[in-house]
Design a binder for this molecule. Structure first.
Ligand code: SF4
Length: 66
């Protein structure tokens, strides 16, 4: 996994991603999720994938390594 980002226009601020992996996602003051780390450590990749699958609006975009 190369990186993960939030498609801000799609995020509805439900908090599911932060609940699953709060080392990576955090809701900002506007109630939108933000990614708080530059690179996803290997041990968190599975949690990030779980979060992406759990996001009701598919607002979590994972970029894979080539
Ligand atoms: Fe936003 Fe999706 Fe995270 Fe919910 S799970 S806060 S909609 S990115």
């Amino acid at each position: 996994m190369k990186s993960v980002k939030i498609i801000e226009d799609a995020c509805i601020g439900c908090g599911a991603c932060e609940a699953i992996v709060d080392d990576v996602f955090k809701l900002n003051d506007d109630g939108i999720s933000t990614v708080i780390i530059d690179e996803v450590p290997e041990e968190l990749e599975e949690d990030v994938r779980d979060a992406a699958e759990s996001c009701p609006t598919e607002a979590i975009a994972i970029e894979e390594d080539n």
